[in-house]
Design a protein around this ligand. Structure first.
Ligand code: GCW
Length: 704
């Protein structure tokens, strides 16, 4: 018997040491430094998911489950809503009055010489988030004494958008196939759905759009809705609601109607019936996400109607059930003079024309999730129509799941940008979270980077981007530093020798990627189709001009960059003063956006006195050097990390390092043909030949 126990112990230890595949994400409760925590018992309604989640984590930490008690003992943990008398006794009602439906408080209460830790909320959802917050404090070794926490989320709807197709391929997904096993559903339920729900709930995500915005009409068929119903059932206990992307032509394609004109009564009836069918199956269904008249997809404009006509028809069908329409503003027109202007041009005139259960979903920048873009000028421009930011968690334009790029600083850059729409300080965050406009709906979306890879996201560090999105959706005032710090401690170790250098690496990694890919406001110089490597020379006969890098960089002997000033495309005028003047003047335009807004001569002297060409060379070089530094930082971390994750990350950094050189050589050698200037002699010489780089054709299929 003893031998058996010993062997069991040995295998457990062995398993722990070796099976570090990243599948546990940030939910690694075993690793928590819980020595100092002593709860004497638990006072709670045991049936609540918040309580079972606490006990589950507690057990994983190697602790015996807290025994439930009805009597008030010192060091008691209390998890309850005001339905429990003890909460009404210990907590002042004003403390709970300020909470939203999902808000919570965590307090240390001293009462009659006894101390209690209390997690309370108006509803079960808030209780769950409160418990997760407490667990995060435990996991990150934060102090548990004198707690006085009160939190409400920044956005009511905090959504992931999956670009998952029904054949289980994932558009712009780099972590394997879709986690939704459509072929097995509804009969077989993958255990991963529940794990997914828990991981999301832990970071505050409360909704998910299951399918690609390039939506197949079949998602609305009865067959698929039965499958969706099962997924919704798995996610529900964790307060994660299901939404669907819909194809605007569904009435015609799926319903066999003559057309899908939003003003056609048959079409309206079709949607009403469909929506009623959905709610019969999924009573808490969240609503629709729609990509219409964008990149060749059908939409109301096919029938001479507006975006508002289309969105409102769907909104009317959803209204009585509490469902919403998230209508995307990702539109552009092959004939326009500047793609960056299109969303503003199409949507601003429609302000005030949408139903109150419609929200416009807008990418952070005016073009398309580029490594760096200024914020979209549509933020703050619609004053009677709510707008929700859409960020891209999956790294379509940032090295797929090969490059280590922590995206929180990029998103913060957008959220903290001042739109000046209601005077100074009108940040994108405030224009979208209800602090400036009186909005019926507030929401935020992130395009998921999740797939069926064992570590969920391909690169272990890409987990941090999923994590960061959730945390920012919950609290858009968090700093990237805080988020990285939490994530590292929960995912790897709390050892400062590890936390500090790794955090520094993460926090600089976005700027690093911008430097080796597209510094100084360059954008969209990616290879045709896959968006992985560089192809500034790309020329595809007959292709839409706005799908080609040259449209954006305009390199010639005169200089480089897109003239969006008042003498160019005039995109600057879509911004409020003083931004439009600041962007318009080459002297005041922030240098990180220089080539976004200006066409600049190669010998133009920048703030540091060096020419544009030299600055560009130094930027690419700095990007390359930074990645090499990351390799050194990471190699020094070997003793703090399990072998499996260490080696995996090490090998990805090697790829990133090589790719950075590829980017640098390709862009500098190509642009040098126009600048006709030497690459400054103090930086590393190119190691590739341009002709060879121009021959690279990766077999990664996709349009534009
Ligand atoms: O970034 C582009 C992508 C497309 C995507 C589109 C969109 C889902 O290259 O793959 O399609 O944006 O956001 O609709």
């Amino acid at each position: 018997m003893k031998l058996k126990v010993f062997i069991l112990l040995l295998t457990t230890v062995f398993f722990r040491l070796t099976a570090e595949d990243g599948s546990r994400l940030w939910l690694r409760f075993t690793d928590a430094g819980t020595e100092t925590i002593r709860f004497s018992g638990l006072l709670a309604d045991n049936s609540k998911v918040a309580v079972t989640e606490f006990q589950r984590a507690w057990k994983e930490m190697g602790k015996a489950p807290l025994s439930l008690t009805g009597s008030m003992k010192n060091n008691l943990l209390i998890i309850a809503t005001p339905h429990e008398r003890v909460i009404r006794r210990l907590i002042q009602s004003k403390d709970l009055a300020n909470l939203s439906d999902e808000g919570y408080i965590i307090k240390t209460i001293n009462n009659k010489n006894q101390t209690y830790t209390v997690v309370s909320a108006k509803n079960d959802a808030g209780l769950l988030y409160g418990v997760y917050h407490l667990l995060r404090l435990i996991q990150t070794n934060a102090s548990l004494s004198g707690l006085n926490i009160s939190e409400n989320p920044s956005y009511e709807r905090r959504l992931l958008n999956h670009w998952d197709n029904l054949d289980r391929t994932v558009e712009r997904g780099y972590a394997g196939h879709s986690i939704w096993q459509w072929d097995e559903l509804p009969g077989k339920i993958s255990p991963r759905y529940k794990e997914y729900a828990r991981a999301n709930a832990f970071i505050g995500i409360n909704g998910t759009v299951l399918n690609n915005v390039n939506a197949a009409p079949e998602i609305l068929s009865r067959e698929y809705l039965e499958k969706v119903k099962v997924i919704a059932g798995e996610l529900r206990p964790f307060n994660v609601k299901v939404y669907l992307s819909v194809n605007f032509a569904s009435p015609k394609e799926l319903g066999g109607l003559q057309n899908s004109d939003p003003l056609n009564a048959d079409v309206q009836r079709w949607w009403k019936q469909k929506v009623s069918e959905i709610y019969t199956l999924i009573p808490d269904f969240g609503g629709f996400l729609v990509k219409a008249n964008s990149e060749g997809l059908p939409g109301p404009m096919d029938y001479g109607r507006t975006h508002a006509d289309g969105a409102n028809m769907l909104a009317d069908a959803l209204k009585s059930y509490g469902g919403i329409v998230m209508w995307r503003a990702f539109v552009y027109n092959p004939d326009g003079d500047d793609r960056a202007k299109q969303a503003y041009k199409e949507f601003k005139p429609l302000d005030g024309k949408f139903r109150d259960n419609v929200i416009i979903q807008l990418k952070n920048g005016p073009v398309d999730f580029q490594p760096r873009e200024p914020f979209s000028p549509l933020f703050g421009a619609m004053k009677q129509t709510p707008i929700m930011p859409e960020f891209q968690i999956t790294q379509e334009y940032l090295g797929f799941s090969n490059h280590l790029v922590f995206l929180s600083p990029m998103w913060k850059e957008c959220l903290d940008s001042d739109t000046y729409c209601a005077g100074k300080g009108s940040t994108v965050a405030k224009t979208t979270d209800g602090r400036i406009f009186d909005q019926k709906i507030t929401a935020i979306a992130g395009v998921s980077n999740i797939g069926e890879d064992i570590n969920w996201t391909g690169h272990h560090f890409a987990q941090a981007n999923w994590y960061a999105f959730g945390r920012l959706a919950w609290n858009n005032a968090l700093t990237s530093e805080q988020i990285a710090d939490e994530w590292i401690r929960m995912t790897f170790t709390k050892d400062q020798e590890f936390v500090e250098p790794v955090k520094k690496m993460m926090l600089t990694s976005h700027q690093t990627a911008v430097d080796y890919m597209m510094p100084l406001g360059l954008h969209h110089i990616f290879a045709w189709g896959h968006h992985y490597g560089p192809e500034p020379w790309c020329d595809v006969p007959g292709a839409r001009p706005d799908w080609l890098p040259k449209y954006y960089h305009n390199a010639s002997e005169n200089g480089i960059g897109f003239d969006r000033t008042t003498s160019g495309s005039d995109a600057v005028s879509q911004y409020n003063s003083p931004l439009r003047e600041e962007f318009n003047d080459i002297k005041t335009c922030p240098e990180e956006f220089l080539l976004w807004f200006h066409h600049v001569a190669w010998d133009y002297r920048m703030n540091n006195g060096k020419t544009l060409w030299n600055n560009m060379c130094y930027a690419y070089d700095s990007g390359v050097n930074k990645v090499r530094e990351y390799q050194k930082v990471w190699d020094r971390m070997e003793d703090y990390v399990d072998k499996e994750r260490f080696v995996h990350i090490q090998s990805r950094l090697r790829i990133q390092s090589r790719d950075a050189v590829w980017w640098k050589d390709a862009c500098l050698l190509y642009f040098q043909q126009f600048s006709r200037e030497p690459i400054p002699y103090d930086i590393e010489r190119p190691v590739y030949d341009l002709e060879d780089l121009m021959k690279i054709k990766l077999d990664l299929k996709h349009h534009n």
